[in-house]
Design a protein around this ligand. Structure first.
Ligand code: GUN
Length: 288
């Protein structure tokens, strides 16, 4: 057996097409397009690439994209003032502050200035809380949403399945565990202190690796036929490396999301979907 390699790039392209069609429908009567404001502060090279890709995808989908580049030595107060102004700007539907911020800035103080109604990342505690209650809000974090969409489009039955998530971050591990729970999977969250990790992972029909340790997950962690989702993105010698040792896992798993080309492109597609959903909600229109 050899795993089906899940083509996130192709699925993301389909999704972006679907979003572009919905944006075109929304603007066909002359209404303004959904608009996304991104704040990029600092010199992190990876962040600059991510933001450039987000901007290109937004523009191709017909979403208005505005980039704000405060200087790297900005203060928390300056960023708070910028984000508050964006939040008060009626022409903006969604705001994203690219993380990480420079060390002198308090990220919580800045992120707190984005109201839930403009939270393009789905990171706001209100939106997280709705997910935790089992009644998701208009938006949710893009990476876990992308993982769920890959599962859905692969036709995997989630009800009654066993899932193991390795990683408990607020933007990937915890929200995907909630999404899987809401989809009637039985979920275990593991982390760096988990005992007998490989044994626990081998119980999983769905295994989500969001650890940030390149190639850590080999075949000894994988139940034959499992759907393995690799969320890892560690830069190594100019390429991005996942948490899954593909060579070892591919002969055992049923499905495998590759790195690159698996979850990564889905995150941007889901950001666009969030932006569209916020725009529709702000205009009192139902979600398409
Ligand atoms: N930095 C890396 N990934 C992300 C993301 O999805 N959103 C934001 N705001 N910053 C990031």
């Amino acid at each position: 057996m050899s795993a089906t390699i899940v083509d996130g790039k192709a699925v993301a392209a389909e999704l972006r097409e679907e979003i572009a069609t919905q944006v075109a429908a929304l603007t066909s009567d002359g209404s303004p397009p959904p608009s996304l404001a991104v704040v990029l502060c600092g010199d992190d090279p990876a962040s600059a690439i991510y933001v450039r890709n987000k901007g290109r995808a937004a523009e191709r989908a017909g979403v208005r994209f505005t980039l704000h580049r405060p200087p790297a030595d900005s203060t928390t107060d300056a960023l708070v003032a910028l984000v508050r102004a964006l939040d008060a700007d009626e022409t903006i539907d969604g705001i994203l502050v690219q993380l990480p911020l420079p060390a002198q800035i308090d990220p919580d103080a800045v992120m707190a200035c984005i109201t839930p109604e403009k939270d393009a990342d789905g990171f706001h505690p209100y939106n997280f809380g709705r997910l935790a209650e089992g009644h998701p809000a208009v938006v949710a974090p893009g990476t876990p949403l992308g993982c769920m969409e890959l599962l859905r489009r692969s036709g995997v039955a989630l009800r009654g399945s066993r899932a193991v998530v390795i990683g408990r971050s607020a933007i990937v591990g915890r929200p995907i565990a909630l999404m899987l729970t809401n989809a009637d999977s039985t979920v275990t969250i593991c982390h760096s202190r988990t005992r007998d990790l490989a044994e626990t992972c081998r119980e999983a029909d769905i295994l989500v690796a969001a650890i940030g340790r390149p190639r850590m997950i080999d075949a000894s962690y994988v139940k034959p036929g499992a759907f393995v989702i690799d969320v890892g993105t560690t830069p190594e010698d100019g390429v991005v490396v996942g948490d899954v040792d593909r060579e070892s896992v591919e002969p055992v798993a049923g499905w495998l999301t590759p790195v690159p080309g698996g979850v990564g492109p889905m995150t941007i597609a889901m950001l666009l979907r969030n932006t569209l959903a916020l725009a529709l909600a702000r205009r009192g229109l139902a979600r398409v």
